[in-house]
Design a protein. Structure first.
Length: 456
């Protein structure tokens, strides 16, 4: 039964995060643009106000020939205050006088109303031969109202932009993450042991719409393929283990039964010295056969269950060590190395050495060879083309009808020599683990040639 994965509480969805991010970016942009626009609007409004104040101030200045009282009166009608002083005494003024001010512009509250005031000094010789000061005050409220109105409009536009962006981001992200939702749905619905043709797995491979979703779907498909491969290897390993348990019990039963019989004879009867030596020799042969079989089974199990790591090495250097050890072990047999002087390849040294040693031992024990020649040859100009190893002997050979059969486990030739029946099976396994094959053919020396090919 599939269990839906628990989601962390409080975690925001990708859609929500995209929407919030888009809204936050829009807020920053709108706030920046709004601040600039608002500053420009306020500056422009005050510039217009100051221009009006300058115009009214020029109109309100006293003149030698015309005191300009009519202009002052017209200005007062528009809510503008004006006061002209000569020597500090008001000469012309609106009903509400402007307090004495220093020259220049400033904001001033008069009777609770804010004004923009400008005061100028004029040297008038016709009036007391002294200075005249003209002050003009224009209400600030129309200007501030216009600035506030434009500010509110900017705020509304900014809020509308943020809302529209958030809405569009929500809708667009919904479309964008739809493939991810389908991916999550098909993944959750996928059974643990779903085969490759399961509809959910097929639907997983057909997800389109966003590169990220397609990449995730491809990664999931690749992961499932690797899981299938590992599951198949595990299944094969378990089958191999069960086969080993069954066949090993059968193969070991014979020598163990013989050992028990010999032990019972020694315990029950009183054989003479010659018979006792023969029984002890049988026990030793049976014991050696059990050890050989167990060792071969262990090597096969390691190859089937664990695999092997290959590294770049000189195959001829490894064969030279094998030939030296084999010549020392089989002193009455001529074991030699031939072929190229150096052949690079990707090999597992321990596994390949065991395979070649088994080949030499089989030639001597079962083929009754007196001469064995081991050689390595490159299969092409590049190391990636692989390597071919020949083991030739001058023995009795293997019948063509048996050359394929003897590579199976616990299959023995017709030489009559005892053995585990696993030597050539180990050679075939190593060839397969090295990406190659193993087969027997006729040798130019008169016996059998074992051809072991290794992949690059």
């Amino acid at each position: 039964m599939n269990r839906r994965p628990t989601r962390p509480s409080g975690s925001a969805s990708l859609r929500t995060r995209v929407t919030l991010a888009a809204a936050a970016v829009t807020v920053v942009i709108v706030a920046s643009v709004g601040a600039i626009v608002w500053t420009q609007v306020a500056t422009s409004a005050y510039r217009e106000l100051d221009a009006r104040v300058d115009t009214l101030s020029a109109a309100a200045q006293p003149s030698i020939s015309n005191p300009n009282a009519t202009t002052v009166a017209d200005s007062v009608a528009d809510g503008v205050l004006a006061t002209v002083r000569v020597g500090g005494v008001p000469v012309f003024s609106s009903p509400t006088q402007i307090p004495v001010q220093e020259t220049g512009r400033r904001d001033l509250s008069i009777n609770g109303v804010r004004y923009r005031v400008k005061t100028v000094s004029v040297l008038d010789k016709s009036i007391l031969n002294g200075l005249a000061a003209a002050s003009v005050a224009v209400p600030l409220k129309p200007t501030t109202d216009r600035i506030n109105g434009q500010r509110n409009a900017l705020l509304l536009i900014g809020l509308a932009a943020v809302g529209a962006t958030a809405l569009l981001a929500w809708l667009a992200s919904g479309v964008a993450i739809r493939p991810l939702r389908r991916l999550a749905h098909h993944t959750e619905a996928l059974a643990v042991d779903a085969p490759a043709d399961d509809p959910e797995r097929i639907a997983l491979q057909s997800i389109r719409g966003a590169r990220e979703a397609e990449d995730l779907a491809g990664a999931m498909t690749s992961l499932l393929a690797r899981i299938d491969a590992e599951r198949e290897r595990t299944r094969e390993a378990l089958a191999t283990a069960r086969d080993f348990a069954s066949v090993s019990a059968h193969e070991l039963r014979t020598p163990l039964t013989a050992m028990r019989t010999d032990l019972e004879v020694l315990d029950t009867y009183a054989p003479d010295e010659a018979a006792r030596r023969e029984i002890v020799a049988d026990l030793r042969r049976a014991h050696a056969r059990v050890l050989e079989t167990l060792s071969s089974l262990e090597n096969l199990a390691q190859g089937d269950l664990g695999g092997q790591h290959r590294a770049h090495a000189d195959v001829v250097d490894l064969l030279e060590r094998v030939v030296t050890d084999s010549a020392a072990r089989h002193r009455d047999v001529d074991v030699r190395l031939a072929g190229a002087q150096s052949v690079p390849g990707r090999i597992n040294e321990a596994g390949l050495r065991m395979a070649v040693e088994n080949a030499v031992t089989n030639a001597v024990r079962h083929g009754r060879a007196r001469r064995v020649v081991v050689a390595a040859h490159p299969r092409g100009p590049s190391p990636t083309d692989g390597v071919e190893i020949w083991v030739d002997d001058d023995g009795v050979g293997v019948a063509p009808a048996d050359r394929e059969r003897v590579f199976a486990r616990f299959e023995r030739g017709t030489s009559g020599e005892s053995g585990s029946g696993l030597g050539l099976a180990l050679i075939a396994q190593q060839a397969r683990l090295h990406g190659g094959t193993a087969h027997l053919t006729d040798s130019p020396m008169g016996g059998t040639r074992l051809v072991l090919t290794l992949g690059g």
